[in-house]
Design a protein around this ligand. Structure first.
Ligand code: XBP
Ligand code: MG
Length: 257
């Protein structure tokens, strides 16, 4: 029986990467006098690495390998990342990133239905607070029984650890949860934790491998396939994800396991 919905944040609750995290990394690089600029296609490649600090290290290793690594490299990465978090949370507080279609509605419907809500994300905890407060109001963090975020577990997605940590804190098993993700790394993490997973992809993740997902849909207000011809479906009424849809999806997926 479905008791719990667990949400990823970046790309799932909101489309934060291209116009949120990316320009915030760039602003931090400028602030530190670095000529590093992550454009839209390059950032798409860098997204294969989850976690902002890990992403900076990967970039330096693979794209700036000719630079001598300073002795205090770890401190530099930490300072850059702190600056990036400040830029990013300020951007969210200015209301620059809205929630994706259907997100606010399904959260409210889940609360009404008495389901647990939780978050399992790689991003820094302050980023989750800033996004929820800016989009759903100051009380909304309390809607979530557990917020599992950032460095709380050392092994980030695609490792299952963050979902396992969240379920442990919630006191639930995978058989009663539905996970919401947008990326292959997120799906691998959720599947590794034994979770039934619904995918809403975005421009960066659309062509990734989503095998093993219980459902792959446009967004929470539109259960049609993200690969269907938008010209053809333009006049077809949109069908939203409901709590009943979530319950049926969980039952059907687990029956087939
Ligand atoms: C999200 C991420 C995050 C953000 C940056 O992955 O990869 O690293 O891009 O956040 P997921 P920080 O949606 O799979 O959780 O800079 O705060 O690490
Ligand atoms: Mg994501």
């Amino acid at each position: 029986m479905l008791t719990t919905l667990i949400f990823d944040v970046d790309g799932t609750l909101a489309d934060t990467e291209r116009d949120g995290h990316r320009p915030s990394f760039n602003a931090a690089f400028r602030q530190f006098g670095l000529d590093w600029e992550w454009d839209i296609p390059l950032y798409g490649e860098l997204l294969s690495v989850t976690g902002g600090k890990e992403r900076i290290c990967y970039y330096v290793e693979h794209y700036r390998a000719h630079l001598p690594t300073p002795d205090n490299f770890e401190n530099l990465v930490a300072a850059l990342h702190r600056a990036k978090t400040e830029h990013y949370t300020a951007l969210l507080q200015r209301g620059e990133i809205p929630l994706l279609p259907g997100v606010e509605r399904i959260l409210k419907e889940a609360r009404q239905a008495g389901l647990n809500l939780a978050i399992a994300t790689t991003t820094t905890p302050q980023n989750v607070t800033a996004l929820l407060e800016a989009t759903l109001g100051p009380e909304s963090l309390r809607w979530f029984k557990v917020v599992a975020a950032g460095d709380i577990v050392p092994a980030k997605k695609p490792a299952p650890d963050i979902y396992l940590w969240a379920m442990d804190r919630l006191g639930v098993t995978a058989s009663e949860c539905l996970a919401f993700e947008d990326s292959e790394n997120g799906l691998r993490s959720a599947l590794g934790a034994g979770l039934t997973t619904l995918i809403t992809p975005n421009d960066y993740t659309l062509r990734q491998d989503f095998s093993g997902a219980a459902a792959l849909i446009n967004n929470l207000d539109d259960i049609s396939s993200p690969y269907s011809d938008s010209e053809k479906t333009m006049f077809t009424p949109r069908v939203p994800v409901t709590i009943d849809f979530c319950r049926n999806l969980l039952n059907k997926y687990r029956e087939n396991c």
